[in-house]
Write a protein that binds this ligand. Structure first.
Ligand SMILES: Cc1cc2nc3c(=O)[nH]c(=O)nc-3n(C[C@H](O)[C@H](O)[C@H](O)COP(=O)(O)OP(=O)(O)OC[C@H]3O[C@@H](n4cnc5c(N)ncnc54)[C@H](O)[C@@H]3O)c2cc1C
Length: 462
Protein backbone atom coordinates (compact mmCIF):
# COMPACT_ATOMS: atom_id res chain seq x y z
CA UNK A 1 0.00 0.00 0.00
CA UNK A 2 1.48 3.39 -0.89
CA UNK A 3 1.79 6.09 1.74
CA UNK A 4 0.49 9.65 1.37
CA UNK A 5 3.98 11.18 0.79
CA UNK A 6 4.59 8.60 -1.98
CA UNK A 7 1.26 9.56 -3.53
CA UNK A 8 2.30 13.21 -3.46
CA UNK A 9 5.71 12.30 -4.91
CA UNK A 10 4.13 10.39 -7.81
CA UNK A 11 1.71 13.18 -8.52
CA UNK A 12 4.46 15.86 -8.61
CA UNK A 13 7.23 13.87 -10.31
CA UNK A 14 7.67 14.87 -13.95
CA UNK A 15 6.24 18.40 -13.74
CA UNK A 16 7.78 19.73 -10.50
CA UNK A 17 10.63 22.14 -11.33
CA UNK A 18 12.25 22.16 -7.89
CA UNK A 19 13.67 19.17 -5.94
CA UNK A 20 11.71 16.37 -4.36
CA UNK A 21 13.78 14.96 -1.51
CA UNK A 22 12.85 11.58 0.00
CA UNK A 23 14.32 9.82 3.07
CA UNK A 24 16.46 7.58 0.84
CA UNK A 25 18.11 10.55 -0.93
CA UNK A 26 21.66 11.58 0.07
CA UNK A 27 20.64 15.21 0.67
CA UNK A 28 17.76 14.23 2.97
CA UNK A 29 19.75 14.46 6.23
CA UNK A 30 20.69 18.05 5.51
CA UNK A 31 17.31 18.98 3.99
CA UNK A 32 15.26 17.87 6.97
CA UNK A 33 17.19 19.94 9.55
CA UNK A 34 15.60 22.97 11.18
CA UNK A 35 17.12 25.60 13.44
CA UNK A 36 16.00 24.19 16.81
CA UNK A 37 17.67 20.79 17.42
CA UNK A 38 15.03 19.80 19.98
CA UNK A 39 12.76 19.44 16.94
CA UNK A 40 14.28 16.48 15.11
CA UNK A 41 11.57 15.17 12.79
CA UNK A 42 11.52 12.98 9.71
CA UNK A 43 9.17 14.12 6.96
CA UNK A 44 8.17 11.61 4.28
CA UNK A 45 8.87 14.11 1.49
CA UNK A 46 10.48 17.55 1.20
CA UNK A 47 9.30 19.52 -1.82
CA UNK A 48 11.78 22.34 -2.46
CA UNK A 49 9.72 24.54 -4.75
CA UNK A 50 11.36 26.48 -7.57
CA UNK A 51 8.43 28.76 -8.32
CA UNK A 52 4.78 29.57 -7.66
CA UNK A 53 3.36 26.78 -9.89
CA UNK A 54 5.44 24.31 -7.84
CA UNK A 55 3.85 25.64 -4.65
CA UNK A 56 0.37 25.36 -6.16
CA UNK A 57 1.03 21.80 -7.35
CA UNK A 58 2.41 20.76 -3.96
CA UNK A 59 -0.54 22.23 -2.07
CA UNK A 60 -3.07 20.59 -4.41
CA UNK A 61 -1.36 17.19 -4.26
CA UNK A 62 -1.03 17.35 -0.48
CA UNK A 63 -4.65 18.40 0.03
CA UNK A 64 -5.84 15.58 -2.25
CA UNK A 65 -3.81 12.97 -0.35
CA UNK A 66 -4.66 14.30 3.11
CA UNK A 67 -0.98 14.29 4.13
CA UNK A 68 0.02 16.52 7.05
CA UNK A 69 1.93 19.46 5.58
CA UNK A 70 4.45 21.90 7.00
CA UNK A 71 5.51 25.12 5.26
CA UNK A 72 9.12 26.22 5.63
CA UNK A 73 10.83 29.51 4.93
CA UNK A 74 13.86 29.95 7.22
CA UNK A 75 13.09 27.01 9.52
CA UNK A 76 13.47 29.23 12.61
CA UNK A 77 10.11 28.47 14.18
CA UNK A 78 10.97 28.12 17.88
CA UNK A 79 8.09 25.68 18.12
CA UNK A 80 9.35 23.59 15.20
CA UNK A 81 6.30 24.12 13.01
CA UNK A 82 8.20 23.97 9.73
CA UNK A 83 8.75 20.24 9.83
CA UNK A 84 6.75 17.11 10.68
CA UNK A 85 7.04 13.36 11.05
CA UNK A 86 5.99 11.29 8.04
CA UNK A 87 4.34 14.17 6.21
CA UNK A 88 5.22 16.74 3.55
CA UNK A 89 7.40 19.82 3.93
CA UNK A 90 6.82 22.54 1.35
CA UNK A 91 10.22 24.20 1.49
CA UNK A 92 10.57 27.68 -0.05
CA UNK A 93 14.34 28.03 0.38
CA UNK A 94 14.90 28.12 -3.40
CA UNK A 95 12.53 31.10 -3.70
CA UNK A 96 14.67 34.01 -2.51
CA UNK A 97 14.29 36.66 -5.22
CA UNK A 98 14.30 40.28 -4.06
CA UNK A 99 13.63 43.31 -6.27
CA UNK A 100 13.82 46.94 -5.20
CA UNK A 101 12.32 50.11 -6.65
CA UNK A 102 14.62 52.67 -5.02
CA UNK A 103 12.66 55.71 -6.24
CA UNK A 104 9.39 54.46 -4.80
CA UNK A 105 11.17 52.96 -1.74
CA UNK A 106 9.36 49.70 -2.28
CA UNK A 107 10.53 46.06 -2.56
CA UNK A 108 9.07 42.72 -3.49
CA UNK A 109 10.56 39.60 -1.99
CA UNK A 110 9.76 35.93 -2.42
CA UNK A 111 8.31 33.70 0.30
CA UNK A 112 11.56 31.85 1.04
CA UNK A 113 13.77 34.88 1.77
CA UNK A 114 15.92 35.14 4.85
CA UNK A 115 16.25 38.57 6.45
CA UNK A 116 19.84 38.69 5.20
CA UNK A 117 18.73 38.07 1.59
CA UNK A 118 16.54 41.19 1.80
CA UNK A 119 19.00 43.43 3.66
CA UNK A 120 21.87 42.82 1.25
CA UNK A 121 19.75 43.93 -1.71
CA UNK A 122 17.92 46.86 -0.09
CA UNK A 123 21.16 48.22 1.41
CA UNK A 124 22.64 48.60 -2.08
CA UNK A 125 20.22 51.53 -2.26
CA UNK A 126 20.69 52.71 1.35
CA UNK A 127 17.24 51.36 2.19
CA UNK A 128 15.96 48.90 4.79
CA UNK A 129 12.89 46.82 5.55
CA UNK A 130 12.20 46.85 9.32
CA UNK A 131 12.53 43.26 10.53
CA UNK A 132 14.34 41.09 13.09
CA UNK A 133 17.87 41.08 14.47
CA UNK A 134 19.35 37.80 13.17
CA UNK A 135 20.02 37.59 9.45
CA UNK A 136 19.44 33.83 9.07
CA UNK A 137 15.82 34.15 10.28
CA UNK A 138 13.17 33.51 7.62
CA UNK A 139 11.30 36.66 6.60
CA UNK A 140 7.98 34.90 5.91
CA UNK A 141 7.43 33.43 9.37
CA UNK A 142 8.67 36.61 11.04
CA UNK A 143 6.53 39.04 9.00
CA UNK A 144 3.37 36.92 9.16
CA UNK A 145 3.57 36.84 12.97
CA UNK A 146 4.32 40.60 13.22
CA UNK A 147 8.08 41.08 13.26
CA UNK A 148 10.09 43.47 15.37
CA UNK A 149 13.73 44.51 15.59
CA UNK A 150 16.04 47.52 15.67
CA UNK A 151 13.92 49.78 13.43
CA UNK A 152 10.53 48.96 14.92
CA UNK A 153 10.09 51.95 17.19
CA UNK A 154 10.90 54.29 14.31
CA UNK A 155 9.18 52.57 11.38
CA UNK A 156 6.70 50.05 12.79
CA UNK A 157 6.41 46.28 12.87
CA UNK A 158 7.43 44.33 9.78
CA UNK A 159 3.77 43.56 9.09
CA UNK A 160 2.92 47.29 9.31
CA UNK A 161 5.23 47.82 6.34
CA UNK A 162 3.57 45.25 4.07
CA UNK A 163 1.40 46.66 1.28
CA UNK A 164 0.42 43.41 -0.39
CA UNK A 165 0.78 39.63 -0.33
CA UNK A 166 0.55 36.97 -3.05
CA UNK A 167 -0.42 33.63 -1.61
CA UNK A 168 -1.42 30.11 -2.54
CA UNK A 169 -4.50 29.13 -0.57
CA UNK A 170 -5.61 25.65 0.50
CA UNK A 171 -7.29 24.87 -2.84
CA UNK A 172 -4.13 25.80 -4.75
CA UNK A 173 -5.44 29.18 -6.00
CA UNK A 174 -3.04 32.10 -6.26
CA UNK A 175 -4.61 35.18 -4.61
CA UNK A 176 -3.52 38.71 -3.95
CA UNK A 177 -4.27 40.33 -0.63
CA UNK A 178 -4.01 44.10 -0.25
CA UNK A 179 -6.33 46.95 0.78
CA UNK A 180 -8.32 46.57 -2.45
CA UNK A 181 -8.26 42.79 -3.05
CA UNK A 182 -9.25 40.24 -0.41
CA UNK A 183 -8.92 42.89 2.27
CA UNK A 184 -10.03 40.43 4.99
CA UNK A 185 -7.00 38.28 4.18
CA UNK A 186 -4.78 41.36 4.04
CA UNK A 187 -5.85 42.17 7.59
CA UNK A 188 -5.38 38.58 8.84
CA UNK A 189 -1.97 38.05 7.24
CA UNK A 190 -0.52 40.98 9.18
CA UNK A 191 0.01 39.10 12.43
CA UNK A 192 -2.11 35.96 11.97
CA UNK A 193 0.87 33.75 11.08
CA UNK A 194 0.93 30.98 8.47
CA UNK A 195 -2.72 30.07 8.94
CA UNK A 196 -4.13 31.24 5.62
CA UNK A 197 -1.90 30.01 2.81
CA UNK A 198 1.64 29.91 1.47
CA UNK A 199 2.79 33.47 0.88
CA UNK A 200 4.87 33.48 -2.27
CA UNK A 201 5.57 37.22 -2.43
CA UNK A 202 5.54 40.22 -0.10
CA UNK A 203 5.28 43.82 -1.37
CA UNK A 204 6.76 46.13 1.26
CA UNK A 205 7.73 49.70 2.10
CA UNK A 206 11.40 50.51 2.66
CA UNK A 207 13.03 53.28 4.67
CA UNK A 208 16.24 55.21 4.25
CA UNK A 209 18.76 54.15 6.88
CA UNK A 210 22.01 56.05 6.89
CA UNK A 211 23.86 56.41 10.16
CA UNK A 212 23.46 54.20 13.19
CA UNK A 213 25.28 54.54 16.50
CA UNK A 214 25.49 51.52 18.76
CA UNK A 215 26.45 51.66 22.43
CA UNK A 216 27.04 48.51 24.45
CA UNK A 217 27.75 47.99 28.15
CA UNK A 218 27.41 45.52 31.00
CA UNK A 219 25.98 46.07 34.47
CA UNK A 220 27.03 43.72 37.25
CA UNK A 221 25.86 42.86 40.78
CA UNK A 222 23.52 45.36 42.45
CA UNK A 223 23.62 47.50 39.33
CA UNK A 224 21.48 44.93 37.48
CA UNK A 225 18.17 45.71 39.22
CA UNK A 226 19.14 49.36 39.19
CA UNK A 227 19.61 49.51 35.41
CA UNK A 228 16.38 47.59 34.86
CA UNK A 229 14.43 50.13 36.91
CA UNK A 230 16.07 53.03 35.12
CA UNK A 231 15.37 51.48 31.72
CA UNK A 232 11.74 50.91 32.69
CA UNK A 233 11.35 54.52 33.81
CA UNK A 234 13.25 56.07 30.90
CA UNK A 235 11.80 54.29 27.87
CA UNK A 236 8.20 55.57 27.90
CA UNK A 237 9.48 59.10 27.10
CA UNK A 238 12.38 58.09 24.84
CA UNK A 239 12.42 59.27 21.21
CA UNK A 240 11.49 56.68 18.55
CA UNK A 241 15.04 56.82 17.18
CA UNK A 242 16.35 55.30 20.40
CA UNK A 243 16.16 51.52 20.88
CA UNK A 244 17.54 50.27 24.17
CA UNK A 245 17.46 46.50 24.82
CA UNK A 246 18.63 44.61 27.89
CA UNK A 247 19.57 40.95 28.08
CA UNK A 248 20.08 39.27 31.44
CA UNK A 249 22.62 36.48 31.20
CA UNK A 250 25.99 35.21 32.39
CA UNK A 251 28.86 37.24 30.97
CA UNK A 252 30.86 35.28 28.39
CA UNK A 253 34.33 34.05 29.34
CA UNK A 254 36.16 36.18 26.82
CA UNK A 255 39.36 38.13 27.16
CA UNK A 256 37.65 41.24 25.90
CA UNK A 257 35.85 41.53 29.26
CA UNK A 258 37.45 42.44 32.59
CA UNK A 259 38.39 39.21 34.43
CA UNK A 260 36.16 40.01 37.42
CA UNK A 261 33.07 40.12 35.18
CA UNK A 262 33.52 36.89 33.19
CA UNK A 263 30.97 34.20 33.99
CA UNK A 264 29.01 36.47 36.37
CA UNK A 265 25.33 37.45 35.98
CA UNK A 266 25.09 40.68 34.00
CA UNK A 267 22.59 42.96 32.33
CA UNK A 268 23.93 43.36 28.82
CA UNK A 269 22.82 46.66 27.29
CA UNK A 270 22.51 47.53 23.60
CA UNK A 271 21.56 51.13 22.92
CA UNK A 272 20.91 52.15 19.34
CA UNK A 273 20.41 55.57 17.83
CA UNK A 274 19.05 55.52 14.28
CA UNK A 275 19.81 58.86 12.66
CA UNK A 276 22.14 61.82 13.05
CA UNK A 277 24.83 60.80 15.61
CA UNK A 278 25.05 64.36 16.98
CA UNK A 279 21.36 64.36 17.74
CA UNK A 280 21.65 60.98 19.46
CA UNK A 281 24.77 61.75 21.50
CA UNK A 282 23.03 63.24 24.59
CA UNK A 283 20.74 60.22 24.79
CA UNK A 284 23.56 57.71 24.54
CA UNK A 285 25.64 59.74 27.02
CA UNK A 286 22.77 59.63 29.47
CA UNK A 287 21.87 55.95 29.07
CA UNK A 288 25.47 54.73 29.17
CA UNK A 289 26.19 56.70 32.33
CA UNK A 290 23.42 55.03 34.32
CA UNK A 291 24.17 52.34 36.92
CA UNK A 292 27.98 52.33 36.64
CA UNK A 293 28.35 50.06 33.61
CA UNK A 294 31.58 48.30 32.62
CA UNK A 295 32.98 47.35 29.20
CA UNK A 296 31.30 50.38 27.63
CA UNK A 297 31.75 50.76 23.87
CA UNK A 298 30.22 53.09 21.34
CA UNK A 299 30.63 53.04 17.58
CA UNK A 300 29.01 53.94 14.29
CA UNK A 301 27.96 50.70 12.58
CA UNK A 302 26.64 49.88 9.14
CA UNK A 303 23.11 48.53 8.94
CA UNK A 304 24.41 45.22 7.56
CA UNK A 305 26.84 44.86 10.47
CA UNK A 306 24.05 45.62 12.91
CA UNK A 307 21.78 43.04 11.30
CA UNK A 308 24.37 40.26 11.47
CA UNK A 309 26.10 40.95 14.79
CA UNK A 310 23.93 38.46 16.73
CA UNK A 311 24.02 35.71 14.07
CA UNK A 312 26.65 33.56 15.80
CA UNK A 313 24.91 33.63 19.17
CA UNK A 314 21.96 31.63 17.83
CA UNK A 315 23.35 29.04 15.42
CA UNK A 316 21.36 26.27 13.78
CA UNK A 317 21.55 22.93 15.53
CA UNK A 318 21.61 24.00 19.17
CA UNK A 319 18.76 23.24 21.56
CA UNK A 320 16.30 26.03 22.39
CA UNK A 321 13.16 26.55 24.45
CA UNK A 322 11.21 29.73 25.00
CA UNK A 323 8.38 31.38 26.89
CA UNK A 324 7.36 34.95 26.50
CA UNK A 325 4.90 37.59 27.63
CA UNK A 326 4.15 41.28 27.93
CA UNK A 327 4.12 43.68 30.81
CA UNK A 328 2.12 46.90 30.75
CA UNK A 329 4.15 48.03 33.74
CA UNK A 330 7.28 46.27 34.92
CA UNK A 331 7.20 46.19 38.71
CA UNK A 332 10.14 45.86 41.09
CA UNK A 333 9.03 42.39 42.20
CA UNK A 334 9.22 41.04 38.60
CA UNK A 335 12.63 42.62 38.18
CA UNK A 336 13.74 40.91 41.41
CA UNK A 337 12.44 37.52 40.22
CA UNK A 338 14.36 37.75 36.93
CA UNK A 339 17.58 38.82 38.61
CA UNK A 340 17.30 36.11 41.23
CA UNK A 341 16.65 33.42 38.61
CA UNK A 342 19.98 34.27 36.95
CA UNK A 343 21.68 32.76 39.97
CA UNK A 344 20.47 29.27 39.02
CA UNK A 345 20.48 29.46 35.20
CA UNK A 346 21.62 26.03 33.91
CA UNK A 347 23.22 27.25 30.67
CA UNK A 348 25.64 30.12 30.15
CA UNK A 349 24.02 30.77 26.77
CA UNK A 350 20.49 31.31 28.09
CA UNK A 351 19.13 34.85 28.09
CA UNK A 352 16.22 36.82 29.49
CA UNK A 353 15.61 39.25 26.64
CA UNK A 354 13.88 42.54 27.42
CA UNK A 355 12.66 44.97 24.78
CA UNK A 356 10.53 48.10 24.93
CA UNK A 357 8.24 48.61 21.94
CA UNK A 358 6.03 51.74 22.09
CA UNK A 359 6.91 54.13 19.23
CA UNK A 360 5.39 53.65 15.76
CA UNK A 361 3.64 50.29 16.39
CA UNK A 362 1.79 51.71 19.39
CA UNK A 363 0.34 54.49 17.24
CA UNK A 364 -1.47 52.00 14.97
CA UNK A 365 -5.00 51.13 16.10
CA UNK A 366 -5.40 47.66 17.63
CA UNK A 367 -8.05 46.67 15.08
CA UNK A 368 -6.05 47.71 12.01
CA UNK A 369 -4.09 44.45 11.77
CA UNK A 370 -4.38 40.99 13.31
CA UNK A 371 -1.12 41.48 15.25
CA UNK A 372 -1.48 40.53 18.89
CA UNK A 373 -0.77 43.37 21.25
CA UNK A 374 0.35 46.94 20.67
CA UNK A 375 -0.61 48.32 24.04
CA UNK A 376 1.84 46.52 26.36
CA UNK A 377 5.26 47.94 25.59
CA UNK A 378 7.48 45.67 27.70
CA UNK A 379 8.26 42.39 25.92
CA UNK A 380 10.06 39.69 27.87
CA UNK A 381 11.39 36.60 26.13
CA UNK A 382 12.91 33.81 28.22
CA UNK A 383 15.14 31.93 25.78
CA UNK A 384 17.01 28.83 26.90
CA UNK A 385 19.93 27.90 24.67
CA UNK A 386 22.03 24.78 25.33
CA UNK A 387 23.76 21.90 23.54
CA UNK A 388 23.22 18.52 25.17
CA UNK A 389 20.09 16.36 24.99
CA UNK A 390 20.79 15.22 28.54
CA UNK A 391 20.31 18.84 29.71
CA UNK A 392 16.85 19.30 28.18
CA UNK A 393 14.89 18.75 31.38
CA UNK A 394 16.90 21.21 33.47
CA UNK A 395 16.78 23.95 30.85
CA UNK A 396 13.08 23.60 30.09
CA UNK A 397 12.23 23.47 33.80
CA UNK A 398 14.20 26.66 34.50
CA UNK A 399 12.24 28.57 31.84
CA UNK A 400 8.89 27.17 32.99
CA UNK A 401 9.57 27.98 36.65
CA UNK A 402 10.60 31.55 35.95
CA UNK A 403 7.64 32.04 33.63
CA UNK A 404 5.27 30.70 36.30
CA UNK A 405 6.66 33.25 38.75
CA UNK A 406 6.43 36.18 36.34
CA UNK A 407 3.06 35.31 34.84
CA UNK A 408 0.73 36.85 37.49
CA UNK A 409 2.19 40.32 36.87
CA UNK A 410 2.12 39.98 33.07
CA UNK A 411 -0.64 41.43 30.88
CA UNK A 412 -2.58 38.71 29.04
CA UNK A 413 -1.14 38.32 25.54
CA UNK A 414 1.91 36.88 23.84
CA UNK A 415 3.80 37.43 20.61
CA UNK A 416 3.07 34.34 18.46
CA UNK A 417 6.60 34.19 17.10
CA UNK A 418 8.04 33.86 20.61
CA UNK A 419 5.90 30.86 21.57
CA UNK A 420 6.92 27.25 22.01
CA UNK A 421 5.18 24.24 20.52
CA UNK A 422 3.50 23.34 23.83
CA UNK A 423 1.39 26.48 24.13
CA UNK A 424 -1.70 25.84 21.94
CA UNK A 425 -3.86 27.04 24.80
CA UNK A 426 -2.26 30.50 24.57
CA UNK A 427 -3.10 31.15 20.90
CA UNK A 428 -6.51 32.76 21.62
CA UNK A 429 -4.75 34.77 24.33
CA UNK A 430 -2.30 36.03 21.69
CA UNK A 431 -5.11 37.49 19.57
CA UNK A 432 -7.83 38.22 22.18
CA UNK A 433 -10.42 40.65 20.70
CA UNK A 434 -9.18 39.82 17.18
CA UNK A 435 -9.79 36.08 17.62
CA UNK A 436 -13.35 35.82 16.26
CA UNK A 437 -12.48 37.80 13.16
CA UNK A 438 -9.43 35.58 12.56
CA UNK A 439 -11.56 32.45 12.93
CA UNK A 440 -14.00 33.87 10.34
CA UNK A 441 -11.18 34.54 7.84
CA UNK A 442 -9.66 31.11 8.50
CA UNK A 443 -13.04 29.43 7.98
CA UNK A 444 -13.46 31.22 4.65
CA UNK A 445 -10.02 30.44 3.18
CA UNK A 446 -8.99 27.18 4.91
CA UNK A 447 -12.14 25.44 6.13
CA UNK A 448 -10.36 22.06 6.48
CA UNK A 449 -7.43 23.49 8.44
CA UNK A 450 -4.93 22.32 5.82
CA UNK A 451 -2.45 24.92 7.18
CA UNK A 452 -2.38 23.71 10.76
CA UNK A 453 1.30 23.42 11.64
CA UNK A 454 1.46 26.91 13.10
CA UNK A 455 0.12 28.73 16.17
CA UNK A 456 -3.19 27.47 14.96
CA UNK A 457 -6.44 29.36 14.52
CA UNK A 458 -8.86 26.49 13.87
CA UNK A 459 -11.70 27.14 11.41
CA UNK A 460 -15.27 26.84 12.73
CA UNK A 461 -16.20 23.23 13.51
CA UNK A 462 -12.59 21.90 13.57
C1 LIG B 1 17.61 33.23 16.08
C2 LIG B 1 16.24 33.84 16.04
C3 LIG B 1 16.10 35.21 16.09
C4 LIG B 1 14.84 35.78 16.05
N1 LIG B 1 14.74 37.14 16.09
C5 LIG B 1 13.52 37.70 15.97
C6 LIG B 1 13.40 39.11 15.93
O1 LIG B 1 14.37 39.84 16.03
N2 LIG B 1 12.16 39.64 15.79
C7 LIG B 1 11.05 38.86 15.68
O2 LIG B 1 9.96 39.41 15.53
N3 LIG B 1 11.14 37.50 15.70
C8 LIG B 1 12.35 36.93 15.85
N4 LIG B 1 12.45 35.57 15.89
C9 LIG B 1 11.24 34.76 15.86
C10 LIG B 1 10.84 34.54 14.42
O3 LIG B 1 10.01 35.62 14.02
C11 LIG B 1 10.09 33.22 14.26
O4 LIG B 1 10.91 32.16 14.67
C12 LIG B 1 9.62 33.02 12.82
O5 LIG B 1 8.69 31.98 12.80
C13 LIG B 1 10.77 32.67 11.90
O6 LIG B 1 10.33 32.56 10.59
P1 LIG B 1 10.90 31.43 9.60
O7 LIG B 1 10.34 31.76 8.29
O8 LIG B 1 12.36 31.29 9.74
O9 LIG B 1 10.23 30.16 10.25
P2 LIG B 1 9.75 28.77 9.66
O10 LIG B 1 10.13 27.81 10.72
O11 LIG B 1 10.20 28.52 8.30
O12 LIG B 1 8.17 28.98 9.67
C14 LIG B 1 7.51 29.47 10.81
C15 LIG B 1 6.00 29.45 10.61
O13 LIG B 1 5.67 30.27 9.51
C16 LIG B 1 5.01 29.53 8.49
N5 LIG B 1 5.55 29.94 7.19
C17 LIG B 1 6.85 29.96 6.82
N6 LIG B 1 6.96 30.45 5.58
C18 LIG B 1 5.72 30.71 5.16
C19 LIG B 1 5.19 31.24 3.95
N7 LIG B 1 5.97 31.61 2.94
N8 LIG B 1 3.84 31.40 3.87
C20 LIG B 1 3.03 31.06 4.89
N9 LIG B 1 3.48 30.55 6.06
C21 LIG B 1 4.82 30.39 6.17
C22 LIG B 1 5.34 28.09 8.80
O14 LIG B 1 4.37 27.21 8.37
C23 LIG B 1 5.44 28.07 10.30
O15 LIG B 1 4.18 27.91 10.90
C24 LIG B 1 13.69 34.97 15.94
C25 LIG B 1 13.84 33.60 15.88
C26 LIG B 1 15.08 33.03 15.94
C27 LIG B 1 15.20 31.55 15.89
Amino acid sequence: MSTAPEEVFRSLKGTFRGDLVRPSDPEYAQARGVWNATVARSPGLIARCADVPDVQAAVRAAAASGVVTAIRCGGHSLAGFSTCDGGLVIDLSRMRRVSVDPEARRARFAGGCLLGSIDTVTQQHGLAFPAGVVSHTGAAGLVLGGGFGWLTRLHGLSCDNVEGFSLVTADGSLLRANPQENSDLFWALRGGGGNFGVVTEFEVKLHRVTSIVLGEALCVGDEIPSILRRWRDFMPDAPDRLKWNLNLRLAPNTESLPANVRGRPVASESVLWVGDPDEGRPYLDHVLSLAEPVAVTRKVVSYLDLQTMADDEFPHGRRYYTKSGYFKKLDDASIGQMVQALGTVPSALTQIELAYLGGAPARIAAAETAFGDRSSPFVVNLLANWSELSEDAANVAWIRNLFRELRPAMTPGVYVNFMSGDEDDRVPEAYRERWDRLVAVKSRYDANNFFRLNQNIPPRGK
